[in-house]
Design a binder for this molecule. Structure first.
Ligand code: GRF
Length: 208
């Protein structure tokens, strides 16, 4: 990342958008001073995140996966918008779609995701429910680089939260959300400062 020029980041989201908004707030407050949000990409037409992003001043587009003949074509369609906005990195924030080879090839080691569990435990949908069903006493959040497998790439950081015997899924979701927001901001700050280097499955912080 060149010194002095903020990292042009695209946010990808499908729903409510609390992580996307937390990132935008951190940019606005100066906490993420090396990030320049450039675009929000959404795959669901009625997702609340679209309006929230626009209200916060970020251009937001809905691209319908069903209007493209294949996943590759869909991602090429997205890529054209990302190129136009000179995007350098992607942050998946509740994006409910597996990223494919087109986007991963275009942004090697430049796509990050947040997941509401301590990976590799409980990947995929309803991670909080999975944690409750398993009976774990501790769960948490993971920010990781994205590879072709779901919720799988090298881990940037994790934070834990307790699970109590009488927790419901809703309670656990609410306990995890602010921790997700904090973890994502911390990870993006490190990424934008050039402080992360991938070494095999590991992510080295401050490698030089
Ligand atoms: C979050 O729990 C995120 O970790 C998961 O999906 C949820 C999205 O929430 N991948 P929001 O749209 O950011 O509020």
């Amino acid at each position: 990342m060149p010194e002095g020029s903020p990292l042009r980041l695209a946010l990808f989201a499908s729903g409510r958008g609390s992580n996307a908004m937390a990132i935008l707030s951190a940019v606005k407050s100066g906490r993420l001073s090396r990030i320049a949000p450039a675009l929000l990409v959404c795959d669901r037409e009625n997702a609340p995140v679209l309006e929230k992003a626009r209200d916060a001043g970020l251009p937001a587009i809905f691209l319908n996966p069903k209007s493209f003949p294949s996943k590759d074509d869909y991602e090429k369609g997205i890529l054209a918008h990302l190129r136009e906005k000179k995007v350098e990195a992607l942050a998946l924030a509740g994006y409910m779609r597996l990223v494919g080879p087109v986007l991963i090839g275009a942004f090697p080691d430049r796509i990050v995701n947040i997941h509401p569990s301590l990976l590799p435990a409980f990947p995929g949908l309803h991670a909080q429910r999975q944690a409750l069903d398993y009976g774990v006493r501790v769960t948490g959040v993971t920010v990781h680089f994205v590879d072709l497998q779901m919720d799988h790439g090298p881990v940037i950081l994790q934070k834990t939260v307790p699970v109590f015997p009488d927790d419901t899924e809703e309670i656990l979701v609410e306990r995890l959300l602010p921790v997700e927001h904090e973890a994502y901001v911390e990870a993006l700050d490190a990424l934008s400062a050039g402080r992360l280097r991938i070494s095999g499955r590991r992510v080295l912080w401050n490698p030089d």
